[in-house]
Design a protein around this ligand. Sequence first.
Ligand code: OXD
Ligand code: MN
Length: 597
Amino acid sequence: MADVCRHEGLKSWVAEVAAMCRPDRTHWCDGSKGEYDLLMAQMVEAGAAVPLEKRPNCFLFRSDPTDVARVEARTYLSTASPEDAGPTNNWIDPAELKRTMTALYDGCMSGRTMYVIPFSMGPIGSPLAKIGVQITDSPYAVVNMHIMTRVGSKVLEELGSGGEFIPCLHSVGAPLAPGEADVPWPCAPMEEKYISHFPEENLIWSYGSGYGGNALLGKKCLSLRIASSIARREGWMAEHMLILRLTNPEGRQYHIAGAFPSACGKTNLAMIRPTIPGWKAETIGDDICWMKVRPDGRLHAINPETGFFGVAPGTSHASNPVATEMLMEDTIFTNCALTGDGDVWWEDMDGPPPDHAIDWKGKDWTPDSAVPAAHPNARFTAPASRCPTEIHDWDDPEGVPIDILIFGGRRSSVIPLVYESFDWDHGVFMGASASSEATAAILDKVSPVRRDPFAMQPFCGYNMGDYFQHWFEMGDRLGDKAPRIFYVNWFRKGEDGRWLWPGFGENSRVLKWMCDRVDGKVGARETAIGLMPEEGGIDLSGLSMPVGDMEELLRVDVEGWRGEIPDTERHFSQFGSHFTDRLRAQVAGIRKRLGLD
Ligand code: OXD
Ligand code: MN
């Protein structure tokens, strides 16, 4: 493979990294099935992976108990001026951060193989795609990257001798002394972990963690943090959104992109099975959406990934039948429990729990154990090609034209089931003030609400005040071709603590209302917070709901909304001089409509 590379810049970067990290050997990845199978076989042999008898070509990994999730507190956005990183990012001066990390990288791959992974985010050669090259000493990262991105020689061909690529350096930070035995999941202690981004030079340096977004650098690091900063410069959008195609009974297609914070059912919605007769849904992506204005003046979207890295606990026939089917083969599981008959298990899977299992820490577990069998952030990595609802033309380099944008969060009160923005600027306000509760505890009126603007709080690669302005400017460019913007909340509860909305497949009823709005088939009533369904506007045929629930779901709780405003204003005040006047105008507008001024 190294000889397929005609790019001197890439070759010299690989040589520089090898000189610094001093691996025992270097392997250029070709992305082939043979390479995947060989690496898996080696990891099984080394005791890092367990093949699952019940699921063909599936493997279980258990991470180190200290390395189980993205580490936001150790994630850095390193720009010359701290102001360019803004208040939502951790900042360290680039020279200082590079000094610290160079000392850590020094000899960090000794005893290990250094893998060079050329990958494309987006169809190779698409005007919407970007090429990255990840260097890593984690074979686990390699096999995951195989599933999540397009890896291999074709990417090097596309790169040619002078193409642009985003260098992504990763090490688990666990050098081996001569003769020292490896552990199943090598990583560095928390205080040595650094997930660093240098957007001014499109560079990613990650050290110390082997888990998810910390280690699969094409995902959050490249496709969101670095890409959002490139997108701002180049005039497009890199968003934390699912992408979905809905087709109505007449065959008309609608493309929907939706931003939701983690743990709000994003993957479930991406794989929805509509309950309304005649409507069909297809999955395009569950996490990341890149959108560009194309020659037709519309916003076109691609999912730059090729797989799903989803949270396993809670995934069941009821919540996501599509994923349940998808995960039967060719999947990597991380931190799930292992059953006696060679299957995986997690909390809220179908059926009763097993009498006995090996938990995610490798310990014996029974239903009487005080701890969960799977880690709450246990994951599956599954190829999109295995998703039964994946669209067949999803590799189309032009992407799909977006009709509808959705924001949402998990709120047990105040926020209604659905409302539509008055216009684009109001939609930007809805995204910028989006919020979610940390947990769905019982009658959680007092549970903390976190503002997570556009679900991008941990992922925006520049000052978020400027990001809001970028959204306004995109709206100006799109004019009357802009997608319509909606806000949803599937999680509103009644006084008695019951979920009022059945959710899952029934969410298709709300999506249908949005499509009907786009086509002008249904009206809406104007309220202080936005445009809302008229009585009977949402198709409830065949669904039996307790009397009064729908009224409550669509009630504008004026007192509750008034109570939201101070928190929204506090949240906006952190952006200081980067806060845009157009958002200020939106705040003034809602204050007035709520009778606060
Ligand atoms: C994810 C996340 O893993 O948003 O997708 O945390
Ligand atoms: Mn995500």
